[in-house]
Design a protein around this ligand. Structure first.
Ligand SMILES: CC(C)(COP(=O)(O)OP(=O)(O)OC[C@H]1O[C@@H](n2cnc3c(N)ncnc32)[C@H](O)[C@@H]1OP(=O)(O)O)[C@@H](O)C(=O)NCCC(=O)NCCS
Length: 203
């Protein structure tokens, strides 16, 4: 996930009836997961411009114009509900500010599988926020949307992201060799996943 511009999916393509349920916003102990707002612009601009944040991503670092395009696309996309790919903000409740973003993308017409991704401002790393937000998202995915399988991927060099997936109890299912062209080179990718029955066993 992150400030790359993704096209808005036209309404006729949306057949994800199960997600008519408006599951956003939701919260965890320290975080509020909600739609992006215009007032989030400066927070997004800071983390999207940080080369460390986008180091293992296909996008970035983003200048102010790219962030403008990104936020405009998100504000446009969120006029639709349901939508197959839901990208949203993570607000730190104690500071009332946006510290990152999360995305849940439903993968099939039946809406039983999905992938997710996340990006956070570097000043807020290593405090458990990515794990906490993703845990709350998986609770929504399995217990509210009744998904069967949720997966995520990361650059094999992205120890932080792999750490988050492992902490969530996701299994490492495989490593793809040079499957993504990223910043002028081919990268290798880990894929981790968790099934509904595994989620139920761990909580
Ligand atoms: C990856 C990222 C989301 C992790 O966010 P975070 O809030 O720091 O993650 P957490 O604090 O929940 O960390 C969970 C576990 O992951 C591991 N981890 C996190 N960051 C790590 C790092 N930089 N190096 C090694 N392990 C790390 C640790 O095991 C950690 O648990 P611990 O702190 O109890 O030891 C954050 O670094 C980030 O936004 N990076 C840039 C964007 C990105 O790479 N997104 C993922 C794309 S696939």
């Amino acid at each position: 996930v992150g400030p790359a511009s993704r096209p808005v999916v036209p309404a006729p393509l949306i057949r994800y009836h199960h997600s008519m349920d408006r599951w956003l916003p939701f919260e965890s102990e320290r975080l509020l997961m909600r739609e992006f707002r215009e007032s989030d612009f400066d927070s997004i601009r800071v983390y999207a411009a940080d080369p460390e944040v986008s180091r293992y991503m296909q996008w970035g670092p983003n200048d102010k114009t790219a962030t403008r395009v990104y936020l405009d696309a998100r504000l446009e996309a969120q006029k639709l509900w349901p939508r197959p790919s839901v990208e949203f903000g993570v607000e730190l409740k104690s500071e009332g500010r946006l510290i990152g973003g999360l995305r849940l993308a439903l993968q099939d017409d039946e809406g039983k599988t999905a992938d997710f991704g996340y990006t956070y401002d570097r000043r807020y790393w290593r405090k458990g926020y990515a794990t906490e937000a993703a845990q709350a998202l998986l609770t929504v995915a399995f217990e509210r949307l009744h998904l069967h399988r949720v997966w995520a991927t990361c650059d094999t060099r992205n120890a932080g992201s792999l750490g988050v997936m492992r902490k969530l109890g996701m299994r490492h299912e495989g490593t793809f060799r040079q499957d993504v062209w990223q910043k002028g080179e081919w990268r290798d990718t880990h894929l981790c996943a968790i099934l509904a029955k595994e989620w139920a066993r761990r909580t």
